[in-house]
Design a protein around this ligand. Structure first.
Ligand SMILES: C[S@@+](CC[C@H](N)C(=O)[O-])C[C@H]1O[C@@H](n2cnc3c(N)ncnc32)[C@H](O)[C@@H]1O
Length: 422
């Protein structure tokens, strides 16, 4: 499609907008209930979005060729399961998309949601979505298409469900297949700012007691003797729990998963008793070392010379989480963003923008907390382009990702998406 009009529902800060405008589209309508998102949107695209979609009359939305929407995921009632589209979707925001689609019948719809949508409610949620889209007159791939920016070299692990819909009279939609063996090597250097380019660099740098706290965990992970780096969460408080009368007394009241972690922590302690006792004595002197900060989750696989400063870290309620150093975990809509080990600082809002493939001309919210939240909620611009092009029938994209082109005419269900193992 050379020139087309699109609408941006649940627009956030305009991940869809950015991509479709780059492909030659003109945005004729946007809406989002969040005031700060609406401000960022208007600042960047000169469009004042409407607020609550549930209050919008489709008659007030201009004609368009493409409807886009990264809708919030809500459960569909099981009671509505066999009662058809209206009953199954009533009360959910997905229903509002269908309401607008029924009225306007755009040629294409591109929707996005969290990965969990694929397996949510034992597959019922996906079934209702799929049936509803077919019922309003669109071709849509039977199985949810799951894709992440890191599959194509963008250094963020963010698996999402993409729903491409083509009106039945326009075209067939060839089954999509991505071969997981083709995952491109990622490098975080692609999105990093040089420290000397960052305004107010100090704001993002780790404070000395935080560096000391991470140094302590680094000493722990480098100093313990074990066959394999512990894959279970390390809880400093329960390392020597089996010798702690208080824990033993309460043992039967603890849930199984907790007993399991405590046992594993205690085994680690008994294999490294001397080292851990000395380490605990030092670690506890750091004022940060309590609650979640007294826990560590190693999620970076096996390595001979572990060094936390080579990794990406996140402070989670479950502990200091250590991730591989080659790509970032999904940005999330909370202000606590990832720590870049090798730079001893947090990610900047500009780096978050780049992780979502927004151009450097994008103006983000002045308040970093808002900017982090908005990028955490937004969609990766590069992936919107990929799926829009596939849906519009772009030859190059379809040749690369259509199941038929990759495997010939022997059609069978793409195996990657057969199993949803959340
Ligand atoms: C997953 S985010 C979509 C982000 C967007 N695709 C982007 O690129 O930034 C979902 C958005 O739905 C908005 N939302 C939630 N309820 C809404 C409603 N009733 N009407 C309009 N927008 C709503 C939220 O404020 C949020 O920005």
């Amino acid at each position: 499609m050379e020139q087309f009009k699109f609408i941006d529902l649940f627009c956030g800060i305009g991940g869809f907008h950015q991509a479709l405008a780059d492909l030659g589209g003109e945005c004729v309508y946007a809406c989002d209930i969040d005031t700060d998102c609406r401000k960022t949107y208007e600042r960047n695209y000169g469009i004042k979005p409407d607020a609550d979609i549930t209050k919008v009359d489709p008659k007030d939305i201009p004609e368009h060729d493409v409807l886009c929407g990264g809708f919030p995921c809500q459960a569909f009632s099981k009671a509505g399961k066999r009662l058809g589209f209206a009953d199954s979707t009533k009360g959910t925001l997905f229903f509002d998309i269908m309401r607008i689609a029924k009225y306007h019948n755009p040629k294409y719809m591109l929707l996005e949601n969290v990965r969990n949508l694929a397996s949510h409610d034992g597959g019922n949620t996906w079934r209702v979505i799929h049936e509803s889209i077919v019922e309003v007159g669109y071709n849509v791939i039977d199985k949810p298409v799951i894709f992440s920016p890191h599959y194509i070299g963008i250094p963020q692990h963010r698996e999402r469900v993409f729903i491409m819909c083509v009106r039945k009279d326009i075209a067939e939609l060839p089954p999509f297949y991505f071969n997981p063996d083709r995952v491109t090597e990622c490098s975080i250097d692609l999105i990093l700012q040089n420290d000397d380019e960052i305004d107010d660099l100090k704001k993002y740098q780790l404070k000395p007691e935080m560096i000391e706290w991470i140094d302590n965990w680094n000493e722990f992970i480098q100093g313990i003797k074990c066959d394999k780096l512990p894959g279970f969460p390390i809880w400093a408080d329960s390392l020597c729990a089996m010798e702690d009368n208080h824990m033993i007394r309460e043992w039967d009241t603890l849930p199984k998963w907790q007993q399991n972690f405590i046992k594993k922590n205690s085994e680690l302690w008994s294999q490294n008793k001397q080292f851990i006792e000395k380490w605990l004595e030092k670690a506890k002197k750091n004022p940060l070392f309590f609650g979640a900060k007294a826990k560590l989750e190693w999620q970076a696989g096996e390595t001979k010379n572990p060094n936390l400063w080579e990794h990406i870290m996140q402070i989670r309620p479950s502990g200091l989480r250590i991730k591989p150093g080659t790509y970032f975990p999904a940005l999330v809509a909370i202000t606590q963003t990832s720590i870049l080990g090798k730079r001893k600082r947090f990610l900047t809002p500009r780096e978050c923008a780049r992780l979502q493939s927004f151009p450097d001309t994008f103006i983000y919210d002045d308040k970093p907390a808002q900017a982090y939240k908005q990028f955490g909620n937004s969609i990766n611009v590069g992936l919107v382009k990929l799926f829009a092009q596939y849906m519009f029938g772009d030859n190059e994209t379809q040749n690369k990702y259509s199941y038929k082109v990759q495997f010939g005419n022997k059609y069978r269900s793409p195996s990657l998406f057969d199993k949803f193992d959340d």
